[in-house]
Design a protein around this ligand. Structure first.
Ligand code: CO8
Length: 265
């Protein structure tokens, strides 16, 4: 599969079951206009459609990246977001679609990751950054706050003091600092970035897919539930996974001292 939407390139790697969406407005540092937001949703739907008729879980992970050398995404398109946001409230937001997507979504961040771009990365399951990347919430300079939950997310990941510092000053922070604060999972040297991300994604895509889906749900549940409710939810997920062929395969592979081959069944 190799599909081009107006502002997003969509690829699917059959061997690993890995989809890649490339936000493709490099001249505007991949700023989010309405078209790009719609195309991210359409790209994720296209990956699901491409893989849904295959047996088991064929789509194991999705990488979201930005085209060009300078940015993952420089936030909402400043030229148009005041007009667009008003009429847009009933559309499924790309943030929600990423959050609820069954396969894990990995933000591959190489360059500026600002405003709505950082919120897009925060909606993903993982954030992997090159060391030259920078992060920030410049919304305050426009007299607004991050409108898609950025302060909430950073408060949970790094604490309210860091969230306030980022959102109230509008200053950019380095990838190293973002890593120290837990806003990104890993920071890699620029010249090793592609290989390291590839290795991370390949490992993730090789894990038992139904377990990965359940873990995504469990971790997201933990963010908005009490412990008792979360533990009960995990027990239900666990009992379901015990019945899967992937679990039988994992146990057999362990007993036979070989690598498991998971099919998502
Ligand atoms: N929107 C539109 N165009 C942009 C954006 C943007 N956010 N960022 C950069 N560009 C364009 C520039 O206008 C420029 O275009 P051109 O070449 O035609 O002049 C091109 O990208 C390259 O940018 P620069 O020349 O400025 O590159 P620099 O390396 O000098 O600077 C920066 C890079 C620091 C990233 C700088 O471009 C900048 O500060 N950009 C604005 C960043 C910003 O403020 N983003 C936040 C926007 S607000 C937001 O995201 C709110 C989300 C709320 C969601 C609400 C939903 C309802």
């Amino acid at each position: 599969m190799d599909e081009s939407l107006e502002t997003v390139l969509v690829e699917f790697d059959d061997d690993r079951g890995v989809g890649t969406l490339t936000m493709n407005r490099p001249d505007a540092l991949n700023a989010l206009n309405g078209q790009l937001r719609d195309d991210i949703v359409a790209g994720l739907e296209a990956l699901e459609e491409e893989t849904e008729d295959r047996e088991g879980v064929a789509l194991r992970a999705v990488v979201l990246e930005g085209a060009g050398e300078k940015a993952f995404c420089a936030g909402a398109d400043i030229g148009g977001f005041s007009d667009e946001s008003a009429g847009d409230s009933s559309a499924r937001s790309h943030y929600d679609v990423i959050r609820n997507f069954p396969a894990p979504v990995i933000a591959k961040i190489d360059g500026y990751c600002l405003g709505g771009g950082l919120e897009t990365a925060l909606a993903c399951d993982f954030r992997l950054a090159s060391e030259g990347s920078t992060f920030g919430f410049p919304e305050v300079n426009l007299g607004i706050l991050p409108g898609a939950g950025g302060v909430q997310y950073v408060s949970k990941l790094a604490g309210p003091a860091v969230a306030k510092e980022l959102a109230m000053t509008g200053e950019h922070i380095s990838a190293e600092r973002a890593g120290e604060e837990g806003i990104v999972n890993h920071v890699y040297a620029d010249d090793e970035f592609d290989d390291e991300v590839d290795a991370f994604v390949t490992d993730l895509a090789g894990q038992a897919p139904l377990a990965i889906q359940a873990i995504k749900k469990s971790a997201d549940m933990a963010v908005h539930s009490g412990l008792e409710e979360g533990l009960a939810y995990d027990r239900t997920l666990f009992e379901g996974l015990l019945q899967t062929e992937d679990h039988a395969e994992g146990a057999a592979a362990f007993a036979e001292d070989r690598e498991p081959e998971f099919e998502g069944k």
